[in-house]
Design a protein around this ligand. Structure first.
Ligand SMILES: [Zn+2]
Length: 446
């Protein structure tokens, strides 16, 4: 198989030039940009569009199906990515216009969505295109699904809910689901393949306090906003109890192999060292997220004018739930620690999706490919992702859902969700090769 970085970079640049920004209000979705992207994909991937069936689901979701011979007897494979991107922010702060897809002399590609995650969509499409050109026919079915509102956490009308419901109605189950997530990266000087087998749940809540209002020149000792601020401080001071959960125990144990002392010893036996580990994690923003359900206030509203006391003050919080805990647990916690005058309601949220096993033929395939492609010294590590991905909609359709794209990260680039998002195009081939090898080897994976 010939891999062509230059072609991949050009195609990715073409994809970035469509401003497929997802919107909280579904009616505002820039359909023209999405349909423009669809048209572009038809031109860039002619064999995919000749050989696979394509369906548009929901407003702009893309589902491709490559019917295999069925000889392997294996369940179908589903590879995912999202077409949508977050808003580009302040144009004047971008080195190159955010939807230019400009590629500089060093091979860096600039533009919103190049890394998150049009490069994944590109790699999956290139892999299928290359395999068809090579005469490959899969002995199992291959599906590709590209949603359009991942960046707003789906919400009502989530593209991948629509797609997943349709898959369910057709009686589909998958032997492997791959979505955006980990790749090969450098951690403490070691090459690590981070395979995200689990993800946290998500919740936005509105909290509010109602009060008399009135003239700000004659305030009460504590008004609605003051009381609510106090309540939020109480919430911060009383987070949910830290907990060791199976996916995190597994992650810590694996991480021990690439961690220097003294954390190495603690990670190697998290249950035995729980008291010590708990104290260390609580004091570290990053580690803390692995051992508890977090809640933090992010938006606030008082009265409409500086000299008016708020009749109602409200604050929105964002929570991330540990696998094993539920929205009910979280709300019971709010009730237990907050004063009675605070009301709350769920704006949107979902429980953590099922944790995927790492004792499956599909996981072992990813493990083997990481070592074959990137060296025997690669340390393969199952991990918990604390952001959300579209893959959660498929967790009840497969025991093997991994947020993993298998390519080598050069460490250059970044800026996802910030200005100047950029990506090193010189390593794109390794992402394409990863998907090619997955499709080639899946039928015989054990
Ligand atoms: Zn993403």
């Amino acid at each position: 198989m010939q891999y062509d970085n230059k072609k991949y970079a050009e195609h990715l640049s073409g994809m970035v030039q469509f401003p497929t920004v997802s919107t909280v209000n579904a009616d505002d979705l820039p359909l023209e940009a999405f349909f423009g992207l669809h048209k572009y994909l038809e031109e860039a991937y002619p064999l995919v569009h000749k050989t696979l069936t394509k369906e548009v689901m929901g407003k702009a979701g893309l589902v491709y199906h490559w019917k295999g011979t069925g000889k392997s007897g294996k369940l179908p494979v589903l590879v995912c990515a999202h077409q949508d991107v977050v808003p580009e922010g302040d144009h004047s702060k971008w080195k190159y216009p955010p939807f230019s897809g400009h590629i500089d002399e060093e091979g860096m590609l600039w533009g919103r969505g190049c890394g998150d995650c049009k490069c994944t969509m590109m790699a999956e499409l290139e892999a299928v295109e290359a395999l068809i050109a090579d005469g490959f026919v899969p002995d199992f079915d291959i599906y590709m699904a590209f949603g359009y509102n991942e960046e707003i956490m789906g919400g009502p009308g989530a593209a991948c809910q629509i797609i997943s419901d349709e898959f369910k109605a057709r009686g589909l189950r998958f032997g492997l689901v791959l979505d955006e997530g980990g790749g090969i990266m450098n951690m403490n000087g070691s090459k690590v393949a981070m395979i995200f087998a689990s993800e946290k749940g998500y919740a936005d809540h509105e909290f509010w306090v109602e009060d008399g209002g009135g003239h700000a020149a004659m305030p009460p000792e504590h008004n609605a906003l003051g009381k609510l601020g106090h309540a939020m401080y109480i919430l911060e001071e009383n987070p949910m109890e830290p907990k060791l959960t199976p996916p995190v125990i597994q992650m810590f144990k694996s991480q021990a192999a690439i961690t220097p002392s003294p954390m190495k010893e603690l990670f190697a036996d998290p249950e035995g060292n729980w008291e010590q580990l708990k104290a260390i994690c609580a004091g570290n923003k990053m580690l803390n997220t692995y051992i508890r359900t977090t809640t933090t206030p992010t938006m606030a509203q008082g009265s409409a004018q500086a000299n008016i006391l708020p009749e109602k003050a409200s604050i929105v919080t964002n929570s991330r739930l540990l696998p094993g805990e539920t929205l009910e647990d979280l709300e019971a916690h709010f009730k237990a620690v907050l004063p009675e005058y605070v009301h709350f309601r769920l704006l949107k949220g979902h429980n953590p999706p099922a944790v995927s096993s790492t004792d499956t033929p599909a996981y072992r395939l990813l493990e083997r490919l990481a070592k074959e492609m990137h060296g025997e010294d690669v340390h393969v590590m199952p991990a918990l992702v604390f952001g959300g991905t579209d893959s959660r909609y498929y967790c009840d359709l497969s025991d093997s859902v991994y947020r993993y794209v298998g390519g080598a990260n050069s460490g250059k680039g970044g800026g996802a969700h910030a200005v100047n998002e950029c990506l090193d195009t010189t390593t794109l081939a390794s992402f394409v090769e990863f998907f090619v090898r997955v499709f080639q080897d899946y039928a015989t994976a054990e």
